[in-house]
Write a protein that binds this ligand. Structure first.
Ligand code: HEM
Length: 532
């Protein structure tokens, strides 16, 4: 009895207070109360040279959401030598991208973009300033305007027909009907941007019949734009980039793409000269001008407004259209189809909508057109929901502050890198019921978010970013994504590959890159629809 009394005393006097202290320490971590002018809280564990980079793991958007859960919606990390603020709530995003938009409107300098995108003279990587303003105006007014986007309708419908034919071919070739939809959807998205950019001419690398080499070069471009050369973190270790082959890879990729762009622009110039000489040029009326034509026109039209685009500027802008427009659109399609295969009831609901709108013509030639989709509300809801759960660029494109500013009362000095975790905001349980579930029905008729391509209208929904650096290509992406998804769902019924155990499902594991996509290619079974 004496022993147990002593034990009880020890427990109540020593162990309980100790445990309480420990609990308090883990529950309320090292963040002291905020005072005006404080920098945002910084998680412990930064290492010399790399800072917090090792804490980002393979899927930084997920790691950053966990850090935000412990340290708050605005945190300060050191990524290499770059002080980086991470924004993880809609309120903080609203302040950064709306209230203080101008202060958060630059992009950090990237050695790779300087090297691959003509000294960052595109739009995405250009620092905030006069060149960016002019280039962005060219982009929004001339290349990606509503009118120009509508003029590419023929391009989209042609490529959608090619997509359906490709799927039909692969489904028939494999007796089980399995089709690699990652490949098919990537080819579609790339073809739409390529045709819009270059027109109908076939441009590729030497000896590249099926376009595979060019596709690999583009994949390399995306990967390299994500890479942080060692010299960017530690300039005195620049030789490591040569040793690892990064420099050679960057040179090879740049030379290959530059060669193609050079040829495209030279051909367009030659065609225009012939045109001016009075020769008849087919497909050159206003409605079918491609991006290169438009940039050459802008150069002439805007002569007096002070804007001059030299050949490198044009190449940089065209390269931007590819880098920013291809993977993003394809990733949305891939996630949407994967979610629908895993939610057969939603897939059937969407198919009913599209099949009712497009009628009962299921001959191979029949195509769902943009006219059929004018009132396809559920299609829009499916895409909105896909973008909410799977923002293709979960951390958007990095921003940089242009001046000393503030965020939720914290001080953010000029020159700070800023990442907005759109993925975490899209899944914030405080903002969305059943935040992790795929429920397109949450976007009911009349919900402004059904018009998902209106950028920055609701800061809970950030797949296209917001503010002056928000995506100018959303209106170009929307009809392209809708048409492809509608056609593959109209013409085929889809299922996951048979599983050895349990219900077959698509593995939704993510892989990180310039966009976040499915880790394994989307291999799914396509069964041609034979009509009612
Ligand atoms: C579903 C498809 C797309 C998604 C999800 C997407 C997403 C984004 C995001 C998150 C940004 C950064 C926004 C910010 O910093 O606030 C961005 C910027 C940009 N996007 Fe898109 N994008 C898509 C399609 C396109 C297309 C098709 C094009 C062009 C053909 C395009 C061209 C651009 C450009 C040029 C920028 C840079 C804007 C600037 O820095 O001023 N995007 N996009």
């Amino acid at each position: 009895m004496a022993v147990s009394l002593a034990a009880l005393l020890t427990v109540s006097l020593v162990v309980v207070p100790l445990l309480t202290l420990l609990l308090l320490a883990t529950k309320r971590p090292s963040n002291p109360p905020k005072r005006a002018g404080d920098l945002p809280p910084s998680p412990p564990g930064a290492l010399p040279l790399i800072g917090h980079i090792h804490q980002l793991g393979r899927l930084p958007h997920r790691a950053l959401r966990s850090l935000a859960a412990s340290h708050g919606p605005v945190i300060l990390l050191r990524l290499g030598s770059a002080p980086t603020v991470v924004v993880s709530s809609a309120a903080a995003a609203e302040e950064a991208m709306k209230t203080r938009d101008a202060a958060f409107a630059s992009r950090p300098r990237s050695a790779m973009a300087d090297r691959l995108v003509y000294g960052s003279r595109d739009i995405t990587f250009a620092p905030y300033g006069e060149y960016w303003r002019q280039a962005r105006r060219v982009c929004t007014v001339h290349l990606l305007s509503h009118r120009r986007t509508a003029s590419f309708r023929r391009v989209r419908e042609r490529e959608a027909a090619a997509l359906v034919a490709r799927v039909r071919h692969h489904a028939a070739a494999d007796r089980g009907g399995a089709v690699n939809m990652s490949d098919a959807l990537f080819c579609y998205s790339k073809a739409v941007v390529t045709r819009a950019a270059f027109g109908d001419g076939e441009y590729g690398l030497d000896g590249d019949e099926g376009g595979d080499k060019l596709r690999r070069v583009f994949a390399d471009l995306q990967e390299l734009l994500m890479a942080t050369p060692v010299r960017e973190v530690a300039p005195w270790l620049g030789w490591v980039d040569t040793l690892t082959g990064l420099d050679a890879r960057a040179k090879h990729t740049f030379d290959a793409l530059d060669g193609v762009l050079e040829r495209v622009i030279a051909d367009h110039r030659a065609r225009r000269r012939r045109h001016q000489d009075g020769q008849r040029v087919l497909e050159d009326d206003d409605d079918h001008r491609d991006f290169v034509d438009v940039l050459l026109d802008v150069n002439e039209m805007d002569k007096d407004t002070g804007l001059r685009l030299d050949t490198d500027n044009m190449k940089a802008i065209i390269m931007d259209m590819f880098a920013a427009g291809t993977d993003t659109s394809y990733t949305v399609l891939e996630w949407a189809l994967a979610e629908l295969v895993n939610h057969p009831d939603k897939m059937r609901k969407l198919q009913s909508e599209i099949r009712a709108a497009a009628g009962n013509a299921t001959t191979t030639g029949h195509l769902v057109t943009e006219d059929h989709l004018a009132d396809a509300q559920y299609l829009k809801a499916v895409i909105s929901e896909t973008l909410r759960l799977h923002a293709p660029a979960p951390l958007l494109a990095p921003r940089e502050t242009t001046e000393d500013t503030e965020l939720l009362g914290y001080r953010v000095p000029a020159g700070t890198r800023v990442l907005v975790n759109a993925w975490a905001i899209g899944r914030d349980p405080e903002l969305w019921d059943g935040a992790e579930e795929f429920v397109p029905e949450r976007f009911a008729a009349g919900d402004p978010l059904l018009e998902y391509s209106k950028v920055g209208q609701d800061l809970r929904f950030l797949a296209f970013g917001a503010g002056r650096r928000g995506c100018p290509g959303a209106g170009f992406a929307a009809p392209s994504v809708e048409l492809a998804l509608a056609n593959v769902l109209y013409h085929f019924d889809w299922a996951a590959l048979p599983a050895t155990l349990g219900t077959p499902v698509v593995d939704m594991t993510e892989a990180y890159g310039l966009t976040v996509r499915l880790k394994k290619p989307l291999l799914v079974v396509a069964k041609p629809w034979s009509g009612r």
